[in-house]
Design a protein around this ligand. Sequence first.
Ligand code: BDR
Ligand code: CA
Length: 313
Amino acid sequence: MPHTRKIIIDTDPGQDDAVAILLALGSAELDIVGISAVAGNVPLNLTEKNARKICELAGRPDIKVYAGAIRPLARELVTAEEVHGKTGLNGPQLRNPTMKLQDQYAVDFIVETLMNEPSGTITLCALGPLTNVALALIREPRIAPRIKEIVLMGGGFFEGGNVTPTAEFNIYVDPHAADVVFKAGIPIVMMPLDVTHKALTTAKRTQAFRQLGTRVGIATSEMLEFFERFDEEKYGTDGGPLHDPCVIAYLLKPELFKGRNCNVSVEITSELTMGMTVIDWWGVTKRPQNAMVMRDIDHDAFFALLVERLGLL
Ligand code: BDR
Ligand code: CA
């Protein structure tokens, strides 16, 4: 029996979130203690439902799914239906889930799990706005030193932003939550747009999922075909960036990524640059290093890993 790593996936599915969840479900090294949904790509009532749809697609109705924050800490919710479609998971026809949503509030679930499990054994994988994670830290600050690591998709620096010239969606939607998380003194691994814009769902790669011939493989190719059309037009690329699975891939094969320890500070004051992740890549300030910021990815090996693991479902 391989040693498994316990993870909580905090997410706003979203097709790329869905592929990240499938990658985790296909990987025996990971033990998903629970999935906490947050408002982001689409409102909370859809993100929690989408998380359950994906668990059922993978034949895992036993996974516990919790609903968390309905809106960001201080700002109005901004969603991204233009990218993900009205349901957040447009593309395949997925059945309405029959597995139940857990009664417990996701933030309470995160706090309770971290307080009850041995310290340093739970990794948080954050694939959406950081509202749930920040609320958990505010509610029970004693969880901070108990978290093994937070691996998150968010931010961008050399690539700029994808919702404003300077801000990436997850951080832009709840910059105040991101500020709380980056200041909490927890080991953070950050997958910014600088990495994810190198992980493109080219036609050949999407086809490889379809060729698995399974329900999961076909649904994945349909999700990606829908999801990539917006970014293909925007960036003029073959395929769109497959953001969130980078987080799970890092847990499985950290050697696929390259980056450096930096200070990351989140802009929460200026409306012009709201949600920008100001990364001190060159160490020009004395601000303390608070995150491992990734910049490069072995994208061929990343897609090979995805096809291999989704093929197991
Ligand atoms: C991030 O925003 C969402 O649209 C994606 O799911 C991803 O988490 C990329 O900016
Ligand atoms: Ca997401």
